[in-house]
Design a protein around this ligand. Structure first.
Ligand SMILES: Nc1ncnc2c1ncn2[C@@H]1O[C@H](COP(=O)(O)OP(=O)(O)OP(=O)(O)O)[C@@H](O)[C@H]1O
Length: 309
């Protein structure tokens, strides 16, 4: 099975400035791959390299089994740029019609159907569209020709929650039809929702690639339980995966590392009136990865010292 994306040692420096360093990445056919990282991590740099908008300083890459420089690949890819510029007096319908014609046409009614799903008025003039509505036009042009590979840079930025849900449904349909999606985001929650795997990039380097199910188990979550009466501290002590425990009267607050199972079972022995589980903070997951990496490095260093010469 040919990888949709394969990169080896892919590196991009902007002069002295590191955009991306030594990226080894494989995206498999039919998967939704979430590409996560904070601002400036290197997500857009990676995407631009895949699309041959910029060229690598070193390293190799293939997209849909070919060289990104091959113009024939363009029609097989749908792309939503992170900073979409849509201006002028042209109506959205005419712009989309033009893009569709350049790509050799799209099935009749498809543009209108997408516009209806995303709730955007195609008769509006582009320069007058709000940020969110421009984003919807960008999504329509990325999805409308049913490309084999969709590359979406921060696709949900500016979309209201209902439209975000519709967008996520569109991504699931793409996957269900066996096509592939690469979607960048700095919000774990939205990528986690639809992705099969996620890659986490930081400071120009890929720090982890994980199945979403494995990531969920690693995620750190803050949890609060409120009971109908005070609960004993002992009932929540030494539970696996629970730390920073605070039992204050009828409230229990803690952080969970991984599965919440033991905590839920402990709480279920009392009457729960309210529960709050905060979404895991991406930054905290990064920190967890870093502390693991640092611990490993420290262990390796110690092992190196202790090893007989
Ligand atoms: N054209 C450029 N010239 C110089 N440096 C650049 C250029 N484009 C990106 N960079 C630098 O490369 C690094 C990676 O940037 P990139 O835009 O790829 O990050 P990102 O993960 O997409 O961030 P964001 O979420 O903010 O879009 C940053 O340090 C950025 O300042």
């Amino acid at each position: 099975m040919t990888a949709v994306v394969r990169t080896e040692g892919l590196t991009k420096f902007y002069g002295e400035r590191r955009g991306l360093e030594d990226l080894d990445l494989e995206i498999r056919p039919g998967e939704v791959f979430g590409y996560l990282g904070p601002n400036g991590a290197g997500k857009t740099t990676t995407i631009r390299l895949l699309l041959d908008v910029i060229r690598p300083t070193h390293g190799r890459l293939t997209v849909l089994g070919g060289d990104p420089r091959d113009a024939a690949l363009r029609g097989r890819i749908g792309y939503l740029p992170g900073e979409l510029v849509l201006e002028g007096h042209e109506r959205a319908r005419d712009y989309l019609g033009f893009v569709a014609a350049v790509r050799g046409g799209v099935p009749g009614g498809r543009i209108e159907a997408l516009a209806e799903r995303l709730d955007v008025d195609l008769s509006a003039r582009m320069g007058r569209l709000s940020k969110g509505n421009k984003q919807k036009i960008g999504l329509i042009q990325a999805f409308m020709h049913e490309p084999e590979f969709l590359i979406l840079d921060e696709p949900t930025s500016g979309l209201d929650p209902l439209v975000q849900q519709e967008f996520l449904a569109m991504v699931r349909e793409v996957r269900a039809s066996g096509r592939t999606v690469l979607m960048s985001s700095h919000v774990l929650a939205e990528a986690e929702d639809v992705s099969d795997r996620v890659g986490i990039v930081r400071g120009g380097r890929l720090v982890a690639v994980e199945d979403v199910s494995a990531l969920r188990e690693k995620a750190v979550r803050r949890v609060e339980f409120h009971f109908d009466a005070p609960v004993p501290h002992e009932a929540f002590e030494d539970l696996p995966g629970v730390r920073d425990l605070r039992v204050e009267g009828a409230a229990v607050r803690c952080v969970i590392d991984g599965r919440p199972d033991a905590l839920i079972k402990a709480a279920a022995r009392f009457t729960v009136v309210h529960m709050v589980s905060a979404e895991p903070d991406l930054e905290e997951i990064f920190l967890t990865y870093y502390s693991e990496e640092e611990e490993e490095e420290a262990r390796d260093a110690r092992a190196g010292v202790e090893e007989p010469a």
